[in-house]
Structure formats: C-alpha cells, structure tokens
Design a binder for this molecule. Structure first.
Ligand code: AMP
Ligand code: MG
Length: 311
C-alpha cells in the first residue's frame, strides 16, 4: 500500500510517496526563497506553490497510489489551501482515500521511523514551532514550548537583519562556528521559553560587534535554553530517548549540546536525518500511512491545529 503525501504549510511545496512498510519510493520539493530583506508573504507563497505543484505532480502515476495525505495544519492559510485543494481534487478524481495530517505529528513520526525510536521525548524545532513533546495517555502532549516566536524564526529574522537570505539557520551556523561569547538574555520559564527579547538584544548588537561573535552567542544562548528544558522534560517524563525533529534539528551545535546532555543523563539522543528534517512530502505520506484508518471529520484546513489537539 502506498500513500502520496502533499506538504504545503509554509515555504515548501513537497510531494512524497511511501509504502506501508516505510519504503521511500519518491520525493520532490520546491522551497520558496523570498527576495533579500523580505519574509514570507502569504500571497507570494500561494503563487509559488500554485506554480510549482503541477511540475512536481506530473510524474506521479496515480495507479500506484492507494491514499492521499495532505498537511491540514498548522500553517499559513494561503499556503495550506494549495496543498489541501490539490489533495481534495486528486482524491475525488482518482477515488483515493483522503487523509488530513497534523504537520507536527508528521515531523515526529518520520523521525521515529527513520531513527527507530519507540517512545522518545521529542524536541520539535522548526520555522513555525518550538515544542518539547511526549506521547502520554493516548496522545501527544506538549510539556514545554516557546511562549512567543519559534527558534527557527529567530534565526531566520536575525539572518535577515544581517542581510542574509532565508533560510537563516544554516547561514548562522556557518558564521557562528566559533566566536567570543557576548551576553544575551537567557529566558527559561519552567518548561517554557521566550525568544523575542534575545532577538531584539542580538539585533541591537549588530552595529558594535562582529557577525561571527553574535551568531556564535545567539546559537549558544538559544540552544542552551532548549537543552535545559529538554533535560527538565526527561526528568518529568522519564523517557529513555530524545528525538530531535524539524528543520533546526540539522544544526551541529545543537546536536552536540543535546548529545552531551543525553550522555550525562544516560539516555539516547536521536536526530532525524537531515534530508527529512525540514518540510517535505514524505513526512506527510508516512503520517498518512499511520492514520489511514482513522476517521477525519473535516478536510478544511486548520491554521492553528496543535499537536495535542485531536480532530
Ligand atoms: P521547517 O520549518 O521544519 O521546514 O524548518 C525550517 C527552519 O529550519 C528554518 O527556520 C531554517 O532556518 C531552520 N534550519 C534549517 N537548517 C538549519 C541549521 N543547520 N541550523 C539551524 N536552523 C536551521
Ligand atoms: Mg515543518
């Protein structure tokens, strides 16, 4: 049995086909890169996804597909609607089951599949989300999260202020490999995090410090905060493994910090493979396979659909 997954929550329009045995059959994606100095403008995302979707889908043989999964939320409505509309159309035309997927669950499930994790404490870090999650009492629960902006957004906006294009995370990682530590606010509130003050403080330091030192310090600060709450999450949940997922999980410095903390704590640290860390269609297709028998009441997009909310 094969599932076609369609991803379109934000910057990326992606498709992927995976079998019920977890065999990746096909994957393709196109990421929208805004022009220098700009962030994601919903109408531009819509135009991008509408333009690339037919090109990506033209090689798909629908005879090989048994069901169609799409990102139902959370995300940017203009972007979500492109994937949802295409999925609904294909499902009707080819008489395939349609499955709406929670995008956060998809990031988690592909991480579990590809790293063979059974019951991890999940650290989900992306452009749109920052959450510490674990499976408990029949569903995913959020144990800690950002109270304001997601960590990926901090990196993207800060990079933009340095005059760098999206995605900012990899550029900051490269610039900030080594440097001198400049003090920045460190804001952990129990299991939760706050990043807006750090972004403002780091931005104010651009004029008087080297890019290298601020990037080093920004990464040092935000990743230490995330590692601290992850450790506290382990203490609460007693999980035996940590799983890093989402685009920011590609960051070597973060992985290194988490590895040190996990080895001191005596638990395993697993990281989703880089290729499937960011948004893509395979994540959605695999979540589709896992929830193919569940009953979805609605196919309408839900821009605020949290990982801990059932439909
Ligand atoms: P996603 O929303 O899951 O597709 O992830 C995209 C986010 O991951 C963006 O905010 C990127 O800047 C960020 N990202 C990608 N690669 C890295 C990296 N090497 N280090 C830090 N952040 C990264
Ligand atoms: Mg994502």
């Amino acid at each position: 049995m094969n599932c076609l997954g369609i991803e379109s929550t934000a910057h990326t329009f992606g498709i992927g086909i995976i079998s019920d045995k977890g065999k990746i059959i096909y994957e393709d994606r196109k990421m929208f890169i805004p022009k220098k100095g700009s962030g994601f403008i919903p109408s531009e995302l819509f135009n991008h996804h509408i333009k690339v979707a037919p090109k990506l889908l033209k090689n798909i043989n629908m005879d090989e597909i048994d069901c169609i999964a799409f990102s139902q939320g959370p995300g940017i409505p203009n972007a979500l609607n492109v994937g949802a509309s295409i999925a609904r159309y294909l499902s009707k035309k080819y008489k395939k089951k349609l499955i709406g997927i929670n995008h956060c669950v998809a990031h988690i499930e592909i991480g579990k599949l590809l790293t063979d994790s059974k019951d991890p404490l999940i650290v989900y870090l992306s452009g749109g989300n920052t959450q510490i999650i674990a499976y408990n009492d029949g569903g995913y629960r959020v144990f800690g999260e950002s109270l304001d902006i997601p960590v990926g957004n901090v990196l993207d906006v800060f990079a933009r202020r340095l005059g760098l294009k999206m995605p900012g995370g990899p550029k900051i990682e490269k610039l900030g490999k080594e440097g001198k530590y400049i003090e920045l606010p460190y804001v952990v509130k129990g299991m939760n995090l706050s990043f807006t003050g750090i972004l403002t403080a780091a931005s104010e330091k651009i004029k008087s410090n080297s890019k290298k030192d601020i990037c080093y310090s920004l990464q040092e600060t935000v990743f230490s905060m995330i590692t601290e709450v992850t450790e506290r999450g382990l203490s609460h949940t007693k999980k035996k493994e940590v799983l890093l997922v989402g685009g920011v999980a590609s960051n070597k410095k973060l992985i290194n910090m988490m590895n040190i903390m996990c080895s001191e704590y005596g638990v395993k640290c697993k990281v989703v493979p880089m290729k499937y860390a960011g948004d893509n269609g395979i994540n959605i297709a695999w979540a589709g396979i896992l929830s193919r028998n569940s009953k979805n009441k609605t196919n309408a997009i839900d821009q605020n659909w949290r990982v801990d909310q059932k439909k």
